[in-house]
Design a binder for this molecule. Structure first.
Ligand code: IMP
Ligand code: MG
Length: 179
């Protein structure tokens, strides 16, 4: 039966089912819990793509933490990444002295991530690591590779579980490529 959420499109392939995602998120939560035995932890979601992943992930992290978000925007026309970003929404939370875990939906070229990291590093956190739900492993020169990765993603355009195509399909409970 056609999925009514797909606006008439068809799934080519379900890359990760809701069950596979839930299992992997629980494992990531355990890894993250044991990686931070002490100190203040701030889980910082890069919007919009990380919103579903982050909300599931923080419920699997079994230690105190705070949540904030940031919105980054590339300079330029947006079709060709210039590699420069500015923060459209800047976290209100103080970063200095805290463990910062930056949560991203998918690492493609890694440009977005690396620019954001430079901005955050200047605020003198105690540590700064990245947790990416998906990593396409396209970039070989990432200055800050993610410490925590949900899945090594195929080189296809994926939607669902936060990932969009022109703002649609973020609410799919699975991750898929479309026809
Ligand atoms: P990067 O700066 O090239 O790493 O691009 C990362 C951003 O591009 C992600 O945060 C996503 O918003 C978007 N993106 C990259 N690949 C995909 C995909 O397969 N599906 C949906 N969005 C993607
Ligand atoms: Mg996006």
């Amino acid at each position: 039966m056609a999925d009514p959420r797909l606006e008439g499109r068809a799934v080519k392939r379900i890359a990760y089912s809701a069950e596979q995602i839930a299992e992997r998120v629980r494992e990531l939560g355990r890894d993250i819990t044991s990686a931070y035995p002490d100190g203040d932890l701030l889980v910082l979601g890069l919007l919009k793509g990380s919103f579903i992943f982050l909300s599931d992930l923080v419920r699997c992290i079994n230690r105190p933490l705070a949540v904030d978000f940031l919105v980054a925007s590339s300079y330029g026309n947006g079709t060709v990444s210039s590699g420069l970003v500015h923060l459209v929404y800047d976290p209100e939370t103080e970063l200095e002295g805290k463990h910062i875990l930056l949560v991203e939906d998918i690492v493609d070229s890694g440009r977005t991530l690396n620019s954001v990291i430079d901005v955050l590093r200047a605020r003198k956190p105690r540590s700064l690591e990245i947790c990416a739900m998906l990593d396409k492993h396209i970039s070989t020169h990432l200055e800050y590779p993610p410490k925590f990765i949900g899945f090594d993603a195929p080189h296809e355009f994926l939607v669902g579980y936060g990932l969009d195509h022109a703002e649609s399909f973020r609410h799919l409970p699975y991750i898929a490529s479309l026809q």
